[in-house]
Design a protein around this ligand. Structure first.
Ligand code: ZN
Ligand code: ZN
Length: 267
C-alpha cells in the first residue's frame, strides 16, 4: 500500500533544513504525494531555542509561504502546521494564535526538550538515565493531555541517548502508550530516524529511532501510529514512508487516519 501523505516537513527557517515550501510541494507532486503537511519547528513568543527554529517575527512570512504554495499547487493538498514543544506558557499561543487566528490546520507535538527539576533538558543526549526517562515520559504525556496535537512526533526519540532496552524504558514506554491509547493521540514512526546515522550500543548497531523494541511493545496497547518523512530537504519529502509503514504493518499496529486534518483545505 503506497503511502501518499506526509504530515511532517521542515523549511530553511529552522536553520537545519534546506529550501522553502514551494520546493517541497514540487517534490511532493513529483513523487506522487496527495497531501503535504508543512510543519516547521514553531516560532515561540519569547524566541526560546531560536537556534533550531524561526523567530517570532518570521511567522507571518512562513504562513504566507504555505498559503501561497497551497494556491500554486492545486493538485496537492497543502496543510499549514508546526512542530511544537508544549509548555504552559505557550498554551494560549498554540491554541489562540496558531490554531485560532492564523488558522493552522493542525499542530505536531514533540519532546525535543523536556523539563526536569526546573530546567529544560535537550532530548538529544539528555534522556540517558532513569530520572531523565521518567521526566521525558511525564512531559510527553502532559503534551498529549493538552489536546493540542494531531499526533506526537518520534515518541522514541529517547533512544538516541538511552542505549539499552531495559525495565526503565519499558516503564516509561508503558506510561506513554497507556496515555496515548486513553487520549487517542497517534504516535509517529519517524522516517528521518531511518535516514540518520546509526549508533553503537551494547546490543549492537541500531537506529537512534525508530527503536524496534518500543514499537514491538506498542503492539500490546490500543494505540494508532502514523508515518512521516520528517523531511529536512525536498528530496526527502516522501523518503522512508514505506519502510516506516512496513514496521507498523509487521507488528500488527493500526495506522491512524488523519484525513480530518484536510477538512479546511480539501479541494
Ligand atoms: Zn528538525
Ligand atoms: Zn521534525
Amino acid at each position: 500500500m503506497p503511502i501518499s501523505k506526509n504530515y511532517h516537513t521542515h523549511t530553511w527557517r529552522c536553520k537545519h533544513a534546506s529550501q522553502d515550501v514551494s520546493a517541497y510541494c514540487q517534490a511532493a507532486v513529483d513523487s506522487g504525494l496527495t497531501v503535504l503537511g508543512i510543519s516547521d519547528h514553531t516560532a515561540l513568543p519569547d524566541n526560546r531555542w531560536s537556534h533550531i527554529r524561526m523567530d517570532i517575527d518570521e511567522l507571518p512570512m512562513y504562513c504566507d509561504a504555505v498559503d501561497q504554495a497551497a494556491a500554486d499547487f492545486p493538485q496537492l493538498i497543502v496543510l499549514k502546521s508546526a512542530e511544537c514543544e508544549y509548555a504552559d506558557e505557550y498554551d494560549s499561543f498554540f491554541r489562540e494564535t496558531l490554531l485560532g487566528e492564523l488558522e493552522f490546520d493542525y499542530l505536531v507535538g514533540a519532546a525535543h526538550f523536556f523539563p526536569m527539576q526546573g530546567e529544560w533538558i535537550g532530548s538529544y543526549g539528555g534522556a540517558d538515565s532513569l530520572k531523565s526517562l521518567q521526566a521525558y515520559s511525564s512531559y510527553f504525556i502532559k503534551s498529549m493531555e493538552s489536546g493540542l496535537f494531531a499526533f506526537m512526533a518520534h515518541p522514541d526519540l529517547f533512544g538516541n541517548s538511552y542505549l539499552s532496552w531495559d525495565e526503565n524504558t519499558i516503564a516509561a514506554s508503558h506510561d506513554m502508550f497507556t496515555a496515548a491509547a486513553e487520549l487517542n493521540v497517534p504516535l509517529e514512526i519517524n522516517g528521518y530516524g531511518l535516514r540518520k546515522p546509526k549508533i553503537d550500543t551494547p546490543e549492537g548497531r541500531r537506529c537512534m529511532y525508530p527503536w524496534l523494541p518500543f514499537w514491538e511493545m506498542a503492539a500490546e496497547y490500543q494505540i494508532t501510529y502514523i508515518v512521516n518523512s520528517d523531511a529536512h530537504h525536498p528530496k526527502d519529502v516522501s523518503a522512508n514512508l514505506e519502510e516506516a509503514a512496513g514496521i507498523g504493518q509487521r507488528l500488527g499496529l493500526t495506522m491512524a487516519d488523519l484525513s480530518h486534518l484536510e477538512s479546511n483545505r480539501a479541494k
